[in-house]
Design a protein around this ligand. Structure first.
Ligand code: ADP
Ligand code: ASP
Ligand code: MG
Length: 814
């Protein structure tokens, strides 16, 4: 014998019932079959709504009732040939009249007792099972309809009754052994107490009905047919990459369902575990999918964790006090106070100091718990030994489940590391002594992020998602977007990273798309976007609360550089080619570095110096590995290098600068480069990274530009430079006469930094530096005479964009 249960979605419409029928036909051909069905999807909720509306004096309960009648009539008419409709239609109407009579009574009394609630909702399963039975009869599929209230006996705890297994098992065994039929259909969810009052087994209880019958008749197996292809590694509504679990042990399945995996009603597993009956979870709409089998000897697939689940609407109550240690029986009294008010305890943690006990309960019980506990400890609270109960709401439990955890150290480290990196604050932790689950209490607003982060950490061999918020679509920004577009596939296939640009803005507009902005048409989309406000953009980045969020600043804007702290506060990483933040006053630079560390966020700005050359990274590696920087000597301005490499007094200096600007090597205002100010910022950033507390004022700069060029607009600057051509020729000739080249050099040594034009002789490392290349010489303890050299293209939108891209990958900690 086998028991098949079909849930609400599986029987939601005539079309679906036909699919169910095909599955049942195949099953009956193999073995004697009991089919348990839910109410048509959504009907239980409608019935409840009807009762609640009536009880609150809302005459709209009649409208709800009409909807309900229509729903069933439409299904019957679509399912059965006209010739077979009349008998079932009159049965349906008769029962709908009964619902109406009850609701009229509820309306008059203004009261809906749990007993009446059960009576009302029971019609959902009663009617659905009768319609399906009539349909099968019309198809000449012989079947016995049996009222579950005659099979399952419970106590009188209406809305969630407890089964009397001794009675129930013998009734079920007797019924099925005395009947010869090959196919039975039974309404799920409903039962009766010893006075023949209708009871229910709790919401979602049709699964339980199947298990009760399956266990009683020693079924070969029980099949739970639903709308997903098995028990999944996480709730598929929260985690789009959740996968069906092939095999799972009874205990794991039980744990997952108790911790929120709605696919199986929690009490379902227990009776089947006792009889060692395998349970299949299958998809009605994808019957070919293998589904999940729940059984004792479930094979391990090499993964320590079997699934992740969550429960919302949790409150955390904490009893604390400095003198608690001295109060005898404190936990007993706490739990008694809760138990006396039927408050269900979901999670308990107690520090070994015994100064506090922390209990997770349903949020709906929180107010009652507060009253009850404060009353129970009123004496201790008055005398100051214990503080009044602290209650925190809007919390959820996130749990990892797996039998294998007990033999694998490090699971909780991995769990808390992953959520911590994403700024999810864990309020309480519990690990059962069975070590089959680790539960963490987090803010409900963080649940989706936490579950996805954990899913990526423990399951995803496919990819990790990185969510970018990019500001700036100029030279570098647009190159970055096209590089990302080009690499998306590669990163997904080779690094298992899925990069999404979720937010994009320039100075005028901003757009957002959690599925990822289309990088082939971002320009048009952005043009049609909302007006850009920096606060609005930051707000979106913070409030979307997405895992692995990285803010990318590809502007040269001061206001943007001032918001990094707000991002770090939410554990959002920052990648910037904008130099303003790191060259701001030292306190701000330091604050940002500290904040990033404190919130576990990455802060990368490799492109602040030498575009994508590994200069800051190299410096950091040297320091981290215990080396010490003695001296840095560098040519750090691609612009100045380009200009002095191309200027040989045959073309005007102004013309060469103009070319550099046209080719995109200069800052938007080239004077930032020519004044040496940009080089000062760069050497300062390097000095700071080397541990120096240094400000711009501490750097000496011997400018080579005539003062008159540095006033007015950029155009004035070009004009004035033309006029000063003789000055530039003289600079050039002086170096040429000595057989040397002009280079604008930055130096840092003994805590001092300087920048200025130098004559470089042919033996020097700087002499053969062409185009817009940069070079940095690090003299350290390990490299005292022959420095560590980093050299290469140090400017240009394409290389800068690629450096930003590399920082993004680094920030994602792949
Ligand atoms: P039925 O009406 O068939 O009983 P339910 O709605 O009660 O179906 O349960 C199936 C739903 O459970 C799925 O559609 C899915 O959204 C949800 N669910 C939550 N957690 C899980 C999980 N770990 N695996 C599968 N489904 C889950
Ligand atoms: N119809 C009931 C409910 O919605 C029982 C079930 O579907 O399992 O809770
Ligand atoms: Mg269900």
């Amino acid at each position: 014998m086998q028991v098949l249960k079909f849930g609400g979605t599986s029987v939601a419409s005539a079309e679906n019932i036909k699919i169910v029928t095909d599955i049942v036909k195949q099953s009956v051909a193999k073995d004697k079959t009991v089919v348990v069905v839910s109410a048509l999807g959504g009907v239980t909720d409608m019935l409840l709504r009807c009762g609640i509306q009536a009880a609150s004096g809302d005459p709209d309960y009649k409208k709800t009732l009409q909807e309900l009648i229509q729903r069933h009539l439409v299904t019957v008419k679509a399912l059965l040939p006209i010739t077979h409709q009349s008998s079932i239609l009159s049965k349906v109407m008769q029962q709908c009249n009964q619902i109406e009579d009850i609701c009229n009574g509820v309306f008059l009394l203004g009261e809906l007792s749990p007993r009446t609630k059960d009576k009302i909702v029971s019609f959902g399963e009663l009617i659905s099972s009768q319609i399906i039975s009539a349909y099968w009869s019309a198809l000449s599929i012989e079947n016995n309809w049996k009222d579950a209230r005659e099979l399952i006996i419970t106590d009188s705890n209406f809305t969630k009754a407890t089964v009397d297994f001794a009675q129930t098992d013998s009734i079920i065994q007797q019924y099925f052994s005395s009947e010869n039929a090959q196919l039975f259909i039974v309404p799920g969810f409903i039962a009766s107490d010893s006075h023949k009052n209708t009871t229910t087994l709790g919401r979602g209880g049709s699964d339980y009905t199947a298990a009760i019958i399956g266990a009683a008749v020693n079924a070969k197996e029980v099949e739970i047919w639903t709308d997903v292809s098995g028990m999944m590694t996480a709730d598929p509504r929260l985690v789009s990459n959740a996968k069906a679990i092939t095999e799972i042990s009874y205990h794991e399945a039980m744990e997952l369902s108790h911790l929120g995996a709605k696919v199986i009603y929690p009490p379902t597993i227990h009776p089947l575990l006792l009889k060692n009956i395998p349970v299949w979870v299958k998809n009605t709409f994808k019957a070919e999918d293998p589904g999940t089998v729940i059984r004792a000897d479930a094979q391990r697939n090499g993964n320590i964790i079997r699934g992740i689940s969550s429960i919302n609407n949790i409150a955390l109550i904490s009893l604390e006090g400095s003198s608690m240690v001295g109060i005898p029986g404190i936990s007993k009294r706490l739990f008694e106070a809760l138990g006396n008010h039927s408050i269900n305890v979901i999670l308990i943690t107690q520090a070994s100091s015994e100064h506090s006990i922390c209990v997770g309960i349903n949020e709906s019980d929180a107010d009652l718990a507060e009253k009850a506990v404060n009353q129970a400890f009123s004496y201790e609270i008055e005398t100051g030994k214990v503080n009044p109960l602290s209650v925190e709401k809007n919390l959820s439990i996130v749990a990892l489940v797996g039998d294998n955890m007990r033999s694998h150290p490090g699971t909780s480290g991995k769990m808390f590391g992953a959520v911590g990196r994403n700024g999810v604050n864990v309020r309480a932790i519990a690990q059962g002594s069975s070590e089959r689950n680790i539960s963490a209490v987090v803010a409900t607003a963080d649940v989706k992020k936490a579950i996805n982060v954990l899913h990526e950490e423990f399951f995803e061999t496919t990819y990790k998602q990185v969510n970018l918020f990019v500001v700036g679509t100029g030279n570098v920004g647009s190159k970055l977007l096209s590089q990302i577009a080009q690499q998306v596939q590669y990163l997904q296939e080779n690094l298992r990273v899925q990069i999404r640009v979720v937010g994009l803005a320039n100075s005028r507009k901003m757009i957002f798309d959690e599925e990822g902005i289309d990088l082939t048409s971002w320009a048009e989309e952005l043009a049609a976007g909302a007006p850009m406000t920096l606060s609005g953009f930051i707000h979106e980045a913070q409030n979307r609360n997405l895992r692995n969020s990285v803010f990318v600043d590809v502007t040269a804007n001061e206001a943007v550089a001032k918001v990094y702290d707000q991002l770090f506060d939410k554990s959002i990483s920052v990648v910037a080619c904008n130099k303003i933040a790191c060259s701001a006053p030292y306190v701000y630079y330091k604050k940002l570095k500290d904040l990033a560390r404190e919130h576990n966020a990455a802060f990368h700005f490799e492109t602040n110096v030498g575009a994508s050359l590994p200069i800051i990274g190299t410096l950091n590696d040297l320091l981290r590995s215990g080396d010490e920087v003695k001296r840095i000597q560098a040519v750090l301005s691609g612009t100045l290098n380009f200009v002095f490499n191309n200027y040989n007094a045959t073309r005007s200096f102004a013309e060469v600068v103009r070319q550099a600007q046209k080719e995109g090597y200069t800052e938007p205002d080239p004077r930032l480069d020519l004044s040496g100010k940009d080089v000062m910022r760069k050497i300062m950033i390097l000095a700071r990274e080397a541990g120096e507390e240094i400000e711009m004022e501490d750097i000496s700069n011997t400018p080579f530009m005539p003062e008159s060029c540095m006033q007015g607009s950029v155009e004035d600057f070009y004009k004035e430079m033309e006029k000063q051509e003789a000055h530039f020729q003289a600079l050039y000739k002086a170096a040429e006469k000595e057989g040397k080249k002009l280079k604008f050099v930055a130096q840092y040594e003994n805590g001092k930094a300087s920048v200025g034009l130098q004559h470089i002789d042919p033996q020097h490392d700087f002499y053969h530096l062409y185009g817009k290349d940069n070079i940095v010489l690090f003299y350290t303890n390990r490299y005292p005479e022959q420095p560590m050299v980093v050299k290469g293209a140090g400017a240009g939108a394409e290389v800068t964009a690629s450096g930003v891209f590399a920082d993004i990958i680094r920030a994602a900690r792949i």
